[in-house]
Design a protein around this ligand. Structure first.
Ligand code: GUN
Length: 285
């Protein structure tokens, strides 16, 4: 039997349609969601991401500001901009593209973003709200992973979910979200003994390791839902996930490809967060 292929692009398009429909309705009430994206320096990958975020705003009818600052911008200047955006009523979401140049303290910058506008979900208070289970803006890629699992028709409650990776951006928040959905959650990482043995007990396996094709079919329980968060560049220039897709296709119950799986979801969830922040700012349920 071959796995159900989870089409991240199609699911992402569907969510964008929903966000657009809600945005059109909001506009009739005089509310336009606004996103500010801040890019410091010339990192080529970051430039591409920021361009995609700007395009998504335009596509959905959001108000968009992109602040492209030179690489020698001081931390004080960046913090001053964030303070200004925190106060600006046309802006509901603030995203500072990471990584920042080395002379800027990333934590100080993230901490300065108003929690209500923290559409990345990286602020310590947002992280705390996620852990407690209070309402908060959820980090985009982890929220996208949950949407993919649900919209692929998988019931998460009661399942054993194994997350491989413990980063603050993906591994830890994905694990917390799965727990919130009532999965039994195991977090594995580079120091885990018996990784294969644990992974192959998973009903839901999330790979966020950052190593191309590290997970082959011997790590996958027959019928498991396999979500691949990795994006790795191979020597031949092609993209590969953390999962050996071809090898796992037969054993999995459902699987995300790379590209076209988790990737398209991240910006879509950013848009969804910005819409949510705008509604909250205007007291719209
Ligand atoms: N750089 C790579 N991914 C991300 C992300 O999700 N948010 C931000 N702010 N920067 C990133």
């Amino acid at each position: 039997m071959t796995a159900q292929i989870i089409n991240g692009k199609a699911i992402s398009d569907m969510i964008r349609e929903e966000v657009k429909a809600e945005t059109d309705k909001l506009r009739q009430q005089g509310v336009v969601p606004g996103l500010a994206v801040v890019l410091v320096g010339e990192d080529p990958a970051s430039k591409v991401y920021v361009g995609s975020k700007e395009k998504a705003c335009i596509q959905l009818g959001f108000y968009s500001e992109v602040h492209r600052l030179s690489a020698d911008t001081s931390e004080e200047e960046l913090l001053a901009l964030i303070h200004k955006l925190n106060e600006q009523s046309t802006i509901n979401g603030i995203l500072v593209q990471l990584p920042l140049p080395k002379h800027i303290n990333e934590k100080a910058v993230i901490d300065a973003i108003s929690v209500d506008k923290d559409v990345d979900g990286f602020h310590p208070e947002s992280v705390g709200n996620l852990v407690i289970g209070d309402d908060s803006l959820l980090p985009c890629t982890p929220a996208g992973v949950i949407e993919l699992i649900k919209r692929a028709g998988t019931d998460i409650a009661g399942k054993h979910a194994v997350v491989i990776g413990r980063s603050n951006i993906v591994g830890k928040p994905v694990a917390m979200l799965l727990l919130r959905e009532n999965a039994t959650v195991t977090i594995c990482h580079s120091r885990t003994a018996n990784l294969k043995e644990i992974a192959s007990q998973a009903d839901i396996l999330v790979a966020a390791i950052g190593r191309a094709k590290a997970i082959d079919s011997s790590y996958v329980k027959p019928g498991a839902v396999v979500i691949d968060v990795g994006i790795n560049r191979l020597p031949d220039g092609k993209l590969a996930g953390d999962v050996d897709y071809e090898d796992c296709l037969e054993v999995s119950g459902a699987i995300t490809p790379v590209p076209g799986g988790v990737g398209p979801m991240t910006i879509t969830m950013l848009m969804s967060n910005t819409l949510k922040a705008a509604k909250k700012a205007h007291g719209i349920g």
